[in-house]
Ligand binder design. Structure first.
Ligand SMILES: *[C@@H]1O[C@H](CO)[C@@H](O)[C@H](O)[C@H]1NC(C)=O
Ligand SMILES: *[C@@H]1O[C@H](CO)[C@@H](O)[C@H](O)[C@H]1NC(C)=O
Ligand SMILES: *[C@@H]1O[C@H](CO)[C@@H](O)[C@H](O)[C@H]1NC(C)=O
Ligand SMILES: *[C@@H]1O[C@H](CO)[C@@H](O)[C@H](O)[C@H]1NC(C)=O
Ligand SMILES: *[C@@H]1O[C@H](CO)[C@@H](O)[C@H](O)[C@H]1NC(C)=O
Ligand SMILES: *[C@@H]1O[C@H](CO)[C@@H](O)[C@H](O)[C@H]1NC(C)=O
Ligand SMILES: *[C@@H]1O[C@H](CO)[C@@H](O)[C@H](O)[C@H]1NC(C)=O
Ligand SMILES: *[C@@H]1O[C@H](CO)[C@@H](O)[C@H](O)[C@H]1NC(C)=O
Ligand SMILES: *[C@@H]1O[C@H](CO)[C@@H](O)[C@H](O)[C@H]1NC(C)=O
Ligand SMILES: *[C@@H]1O[C@H](CO)[C@@H](O)[C@H](O)[C@H]1NC(C)=O
Ligand SMILES: *[C@@H]1O[C@H](CO)[C@@H](O)[C@H](O)[C@H]1NC(C)=O
Ligand SMILES: *[C@@H]1O[C@H](CO)[C@@H](O)[C@H](O)[C@H]1NC(C)=O
Length: 764
């Protein structure tokens, strides 16, 4: 089944484990199931997936595991890309960079042997292949050259492979040689021309494409390949970069595609040539490059697709959405995409392209929003909710908070600093620390009236801001907050909704302060007509069982117990406690697939045990930003969702990007029974972890604690205290008093200032 198994010269043991990474299922033809006539490619066939250096997004570029993983996660006609460098003894090796110190440990092996050469006129320092024979390079090890990617496989001993070995070991369905620097090698009397002619003459190596950004090189071989099956492709670099043999910018070369066609049958363009972005990284209208090239009968390959480099905000951090824009936009399709993460375009092309909004659901997976579509708009605003509905959410969520004047509203946090600019407003002096609510200070919803809260500016959440990943900056302050009643009216009006989920936290504290949040929720639901027989389900969610008890038996609402911590297991007694109260449980992603150093280490039995007790299992939080996902999911939210659904069998996702989850369950690859392709197979939790060698293995971590009965069983909610006088509301004016009548200590306002500054820094 696995092509890499035939010839194993110099192959690392890791390759065997890579196969186990993906549940082994039969591959089916990507082309077989898609409607060919829909592709607006030059040939009318589906575009190609070209794996740059193999699956270089996870393993070292050009390494045996990178190529193996590309084969097992790509379509049956995946093309393996090899960047060719020449050694001193004219051997062609696959290596991504002219400088060997980028992507290998050569700087350690040949310490102090750095050289400087002119490369396209610029003096460049480093270790160059021209100074080493193939034999010299035998003990040089490939490493991850992109520092934001994991270096945990750098101990795996991946050796540098020749072009021919790469071909014979993998017998790839498609093989692509990129010759980035012919001029440089020519200066050193090494001929790329001789190399490609000899390698393609060798009957056992079939080269499908040869690309280069150098006109003279392609011209020099064009005649020899005119009648061969090998296609020549001109590679465009940056628009203002100068092509060394014509001394023209790539931009000006783009203006005469007729000229390009004289020596090439296709072009590679960076993706921004096709879909440019504005200065803030939002998409501009597409250019006519693809249509122009197709008019010249030139194939177009788009490059620079990386799941883990921030791309246009217009895609909401969803890499599948980006590929679809290039192959399924109604006007044109590129003929291939060059990717470091080939699993993503493979699924995009075969499973998601031309799906249509009405494609039927193939997965029994409930999509529950997290503060609406809070990946795209400030959480719990009208815009976030409308977007979630538009995006196909099943269950719209409202985390209920109480205002000082007793109005239940929807807001992701009881602390207004988390979702508004209140820290910079005149209400900033309402900052307080309330240990019952949590550590640190905040400005709490119950200290402002509803009208004051309405006057605040919403702020989009940016949970990945530590990694400089921010959400939708253009609309980061858009939208209006809603009362629970507004929310219910909006939800009831949306016929596509399956239901609403009302989250209640901090009820005991609120009760003591005179806010009866459970009654307020019951009231609002009743007023909105949700206690009659409605088509929509009402779910009440809390992490405190005493809240759910208040609803138990009174209504036919579905009760959802939220487990606040990461758990490693749940004993029967605890599950029975939950079962007595609730019909569904919310757990964290880590409680399903625990991880260490962002690698999955295995799978718990929490999901099957809860399901055996007839409890539905919802998991949170599924986000599109790649930094929120374990390495195992290849920086692709769809792979993560698929692995939780197909691999762990969860019943629902809680997500701030409902569009991605809804689209996932409509994908056409899910209904292929036992013929699910590799790219739509769940990852093997712990598969990557097994590949890490000892010196790189992170220290073992203690497993997550078990959920115990003490966690679930709680004393009943305290009675609602006598209502706090509303005069306290402006807070500002009257010095707040504590229950014992003593004025509050001023110090509690001073300490929070630093916290506020930190909060402001994080928000902007
Ligand atoms: C392919 O798509 C075209 C246009 O959408 C449609 O007319 C045709 O019937 C489809 N063919 C198949 C085999 O589904
Ligand atoms: C190293 O190589 C990667 C591609 O493998 C490239 O993206 C990066 O820019 C290179 N870094 C340097 C310093 O040349
Ligand atoms: C390349 O070959 C030419 C002619 O054989 C010779 O003069 C030149 O020195 C060589 N250059 C290098 C860099 O080896
Ligand atoms: C081509 O492959 C065959 C069988 O795999 C082998 O016997 C032969 O030596 C190879 N030829 C060359 C030129 O490598
Ligand atoms: C390349 O073009 C620049 C200006 O566009 C000119 O200054 C330079 O001399 C040219 N170089 C060659 C080798 O033609
Ligand atoms: C474009 O290239 C073709 C083919 O080389 C040439 O005949 C033509 O004059 C060029 N057009 C322009 C505007 O340079
Ligand atoms: C398709 O082309 C039409 C006409 O040029 C244009 O109005 C439309 O925006 C294009 N659509 C896309 C997705 O580029
Ligand atoms: C999709 O479904 C909606 C509602 O069921 C319908 O109004 C719309 O016409 C459908 N669109 C397509 C393209 O079938
Ligand atoms: C209900 O939906 C309709 C259209 O679907 C819309 O015009 C109306 O404003 C909505 N009402 C509320 C209260 O959201
Ligand atoms: C749950 O609520 C009870 C009051 O009903 C309270 O005593 C308990 O501390 C709460 N538990 C948590 C974890 O907040
Ligand atoms: C905030 O509200 C709580 C509960 O009503 C009250 O005890 C406290 O004094 C208020 N704090 C401020 C600063 O107004
Ligand atoms: C809080 O700020 C308001 C408005 O700026 C001001 O009127 C009030 O005096 C301040 N209150 C305190 C306790 O600092």
């Amino acid at each position: 089944m696995f092509p890499a198994m035939r010839s194993l010269r110099g192959i690392s043991i890791a390759v065997f484990v890579v196969q186990a990474l993906l549940a082994s299922v039969a591959l089916v033809s990507a082309k077989g199931s898609t409607n060919l006539s829909r592709w607006q490619t030059l040939s009318g066939n589906a575009p190609f997936v070209i794996a740059r250096g193999g699956f270089s997004g996870i393993f070292a570029d050009s390494s045996v595991d990178a190529y193996s993983l590309a084969l097992s996660t790509g379509p049956p006609d995946v093309i393996l890309w090899c960047d060719v460098q020449l050694t001193k003894d004219a051997a062609g090796i696959c290596f991504p960079d002219l400088k060997l110190d980028n992507n290998s440990d050569i700087a350690v092996v040949y310490e102090n042997q750095q050289k400087a050469y002119l490369v396209n006129g610029a003096s460049t320092k480093g270790w160059f292949a021209i100074d080493y024979t193939l034999k010299d390079l035998r003990n040089v090890i490939l490493t991850q050259g992109v520092y934001s990617r994991t270096n945990k496989f750098d101990g795996n001993g991946y050796t540098i492979m020749t072009v021919q070995d790469t071909y014979t070991q993998f017998k790839p369905p498609g093989f692509w040689l990129n010759i980035q620097h012919d001029a440089f090698y020519a200066q050193h009397n090494l001929s790329m021309r001789n190399f490609v002619l000899s390698v393609t003459r060798n009957v056992n190596v079939t080269v499908d494409y040869i690309s280069s950004p150098e006109v003279a090189f392609l011209q020099s071989i064009a005649e020899r390949f005119r009648r061969s099956a090998t296609k020549l492709v001109f590679r465009f670099l940056g628009q203002n970069d100068v092509e060394p043999s014509t001394n023209q910018t790539y931009d000006s070369l783009l203006k005469n595609l007729t000229f390009i066609k004289t020596f090439a049958s296709g072009i590679i363009v960076p993706k921004s040539y096709i879909w440019p972005v504005d200065g803030s990284l939002y998409l501009l209208p597409s250019t006519s490059v693809v249509l122009d090239a197709h008019k010249e009968r030139l194939e177009v390959f788009a490059s620079e697709f990386y799941n883990d480099v921030p791309f246009s905000f217009s895609y909401s951090y969803d890499p599948v959405a980006e590929y679809l824009k290039f192959v399924d936009n109604g006007n044109f399709s590129v003929d291939g995409v060059i990717s470091d993460f080939p699993i993503t375009p493979s699924a995009a092309l075969d499973c998601f392209a031309h799906l249509g909004k009405n494609a039927s659901k193939q997965a029994d997976l409930l999509v529950i929003s997290k503060n609406g579509a809070s990946g795209d708009f400030p959480g719990c605003t009208d815009l976030a909710y409308l977007k979630a509905i538009e995006d196909g959410v099943d269950v719209l969520d409202c985390p209920v908070q109480m205002t000082g004047d007793g109005t239940p509203i929807c807001l992701g946090s009881i602390n207004l600093i988390d979702s508004t600019t209140i820290a910079q407003s005149s209400f900033s002096n309402l900052t307080a620390t309330i240990p019952e609510i949590g550590q640190g200070s905040g400005i709490f919803t119950f200290n402002l009236s509803w009208s004051d809260i309405q006057s605040l500016t919403p702020v989009i959440s940016s949970p990945q801001s530590d990694f400089q990943l921010f959400r939708n900056p253009k609309l980061k302050n858009a939208g209006k907050f809603l009362t629970l009643s507004d929310f219910l009216a909006m939800a009831k009006n949306a016929s596509s909704l399956h239901g609403v989920l009302i989250g209640i936290e901090n009820a005991p504290y609120l009760s003591e302060q005179g806010f009866g949040v459970t009654d307020a929720v019951l009231n609002a639901l009743s007023k909105a007509g949700y206690d009659e027989q409605t088509a929509q389900t009402v779910m009440i969610q809390s992490s405190n069982s005493s809240v759910l008890k208040k609803f138990k038996g009174k209504t036919n609402y579905k009760l959802v117990y939220k487990v606040d911590e990461d758990i490693g297991g749940a004993p029967s007694g605890t599950i029975d406690d939950i079962k007595r109260l609730a019909s569904a449980v919310v757990i964290s992603k880590d409680s399903v697939f625990p991880k260490n150093a962002a690698f999955l280490t295995g799978v718990t039995n929490v999901v099957p045990r809860l399901q055996a007790a007839n409890l539905s299992v919802f998991v949170q939080t599924f986000s599109n930003e790649f930094t929120s996902q374990a390495w195992d999911f290849f920086s692709d939210a769809t792979v993560e969702i698929n692995s939780f659904y197909m691999g762990a069998g969860i019943n629902g996702v809680i997500t701030d990007f409902p569009k991605t989850s809804d689209r996932y369950r409509r994908n056409r690859c899910l209904n292929r029974g036992s013929k699910i392709p590799g790219y739509m197979s769940p990852v093997q939790p712990g598969g990557l972890w097994l590949l890490i060698t000892l010196p790189y293995l992170p220290p073992a971590e203690a497993p997550n604690p078990y959920l115990t009965e003490g966690d679930v069983v709680e004393p009943p909610l305290p009675p609602v205290a006598a209502k706090t006088p509303t005069s306290n509301l402006s807070g500002a004016a009257t010095a707040p008093t504590s229950p014992n009548g003593q004025p509050k200590v001023a110090a509690c306002v001073i300490a929070p200032l630093t916290a506020m500054l930190i909060a402001i820094y994080l928000l902007f």
